[in-house]
Write a protein that binds this ligand. Structure first.
Ligand SMILES: N[C@@H](CCC(=O)N[C@@H](CS)C(=O)NCC(=O)O)C(=O)O
Length: 216
């Protein structure tokens, strides 16, 4: 059985969504995040970066959310979370996954952990840093919005893949941006996020994580 070290609403959500989509037995190991459970030696032995999540698959201890997602997709090809290896569609999946993890995700981290991105912790400097992170994030979300502009239901086209779950998670993190200028307000990404909210796997995961509505 898989074990996912987890805290609601964090990056652990993407693998949690995938595990539910696959329908395989798993257990969530709750991290005592409020009390720095992810910075304790036992957890650092699993993930030296002290970040959530970690997946345990037998003897395999895996950190980095995207790696966990790809591993789950590879272990369960019948779940069709990724197109077949070596196909152009698979390359597209790599492209969007790398884009998500290299562009919006770090800037979302900068939005939420602003004090790590400036040595000036004065109110004005922190607010400026946060506003710049939000602006960068929205530039990335506009690109994702354009990818959905041809009416395709999912990032790669007709079929839902792991990058859609990943995008849902990151789009959700943008819900605290300036009202009216959030991912949910974009013309194509907004409907995508609402559609994902209605997906039974997403609804069940958000409910299981105890997330307050609206989810995006
Ligand atoms: N690159 C890592 C980032 C994970 C990450 O940022 N996790 C956050 C929760 S959403 C965390 O554990 N933050 C605690 C910290 O940075 O101290 C991944 O994708 O797994």
């Amino acid at each position: 059985m898989y074990l996912l070290h987890h805290f609601p609403g964090t990056a652990a959500m993407a693998p949690h969504l995938l595990l539910r989509h696959i329908g395989v037995p798993f257990r969530l190991e709750a991290i005592d995040r409020e009390n720095g459970g992810h910075k304790r030696p036992e957890y650092l032995a699993l993930n030296p970066s002290g970040r959530i999540p970690v997946l345990i698959d037998g003897d395999l201890v895996l950190f980095e959310t995207a790696a966990i997602c790809l591993h789950l997709a590879d272990r369960h090809p019948e779940a069709k979370l990724a197109p077949a290896l070596g196909t152009p569609q698979r390359a597209e999946l790599y492209k969007w996954l790398m884009f998500l993890t290299n562009s919006p995700q770090p800037d979302l981290v900068a939005f939420y952990y602003t004090d790590r991105f400036t040595v000036d912790h004065g109110e004005t400097a922190l607010a400026a840093c946060r506003a710049a992170a939000e602006k960068r994030c929205m530039d990335w979300f506009h690109i994702l919005d354009q990818q959905l502009a041809d009416g395709r239901p999912y990032l790669l086209g007709a079929d839902l893949t792991l990058v859609d779950y990943y995008l849902f998670m990151l789009g959700r993190w943008g819900r605290n941006f300036t009202p009216g200028q959030c991912p949910r307000d974009l013309p194509h990404l907004g409907p995508f996020l609402q559609r994902m909210c209605r997906h039974p796997v997403v609804a069940a995961t958000c409910e299981a994580e105890g997330l307050a509505a609206p989810w995006v």
